[in-house]
Design a protein around this ligand. Structure first.
Ligand SMILES: [Zn+2]
Length: 114
């Protein structure tokens, strides 16, 4: 039995970086840095199945990176800590910002923008 517990700050930090270490999850975070988004919005941008995106959102949520807010039928995800942006900026080459979905998204944000 390992004596190190989950309250060990280095384990917490390692879990944080493990959650970050995935290309799709980094894309999701890049999108959420621009503002909150629902699963259907992420689905339309990333062109991945909803089940897959939900799975990645769960990993990010369990690592404490995401907050969620329910509005009617939609659940909006956002970043819990704006300092994450600084970490991403310092560890990445400049990445293109993912484009907003042209169509295929019926979330309140997209419908409002039409
Ligand atoms: Zn949308």
């Amino acid at each position: 039995m390992n004596i190190v517990t989950e309250s060990d700050p280095f384990i917490v930090q390692a879990n944080y970086f493990k959650a970050l270490a995935h290309p799709i999850r980094l894309q999701i975070l890049a999108i959420l840095r621009q503002g909150e988004a629902c699963v259907c919005h992420l689905e339309a941008i990333l062109q991945r199945r909803q089940a897959y995106i939900s799975q990645q959102l769960m990993v990010l949520k369990e690592a404490g990176l995401l907050a969620e807010r329910k509005e009617g039928l939609f659940v909006f995800y956002s970043l819990t800590d704006p300092r994450l942006g600084t970490i991403l900026d310092s560890s990445l080459p400049d990445v293109p910002l993912p484009a907003a979905p042209m169509n295929g998204c019926a979330c309140p944000t997209c419908v409002r923008d039409e």
